[in-house]
Design a protein around this ligand. Structure first.
Ligand SMILES: [Zn+2]
Length: 160
């Protein structure tokens, strides 16, 4: 799911500030304690995360959460052996067979909206992108039942 205010426009000069803001916006209203963050550069971004939040996001108490940083499976081979052991979905409890790449798949859908909203003012752009992400979420919810049926059929094949 893509939550409102969690998606942000990437500025020309990208830094951890953008990602910190997205995560802080989510954690501010998060009621779950156990958080898994999948991010292409989680190994680098997680360094000094607590220090950055103490400075820039004082309203977020990171000690309320148990945060596990993970690197998506497709991206992980490009990292070194230390990252592959420490940030792997394969060695993390509670993630099942998740690959962490789903958010990348959503960009193919939203890229069309990015082109059409490029010349909008900030308010209209935010509203249009919010609608697009809402559409994506709706399509995903509708497809969940189909996924369940596929999973059940797979189980029936495995268990005669
Ligand atoms: Zn790494």
């Amino acid at each position: 799911m893509v939550f409102s205010n969690i998606c942000t426009m990437i500025l020309i000069v990208f830094s951890y500030i953008n990602t910190d803001y997205i995560v802080a916006a989510y954690l501010n209203r998060c009621q779950v304690r156990d958080i898994k963050i999948s991010y292409d550069i989680a190994c680098k971004w997680s360094i000094n995360l607590h220090t950055r939040f103490e400075t820039s996001h004082k309203d977020v108490d990171l000690s309320r959460f148990s945060i596990t940083h993970l690197v998506p499976k497709f991206h992980l081979p490009a990292h070194g052996p230390k990252c592959q052991a420490r940030y792997s979905f394969n060695y993390t409890h509670g993630v099942g067979r998740t690959h962490g790449e789903t958010v990348e798949q959503e960009w193919a859908y939203i890229n069309l909206a990015a082109l059409s909203t490029r010349e909008m003012g900030p308010g209209a752009q935010h509203s249009a992108l919010d609608d697009s992400w809402g559409g994506w979420n709706w399509r995903k919810v509708l497809g969940l039942g189909e996924c369940e049926i596929c999973a059940l059929r797979s189980c029936q094949v495995l268990v005669p």
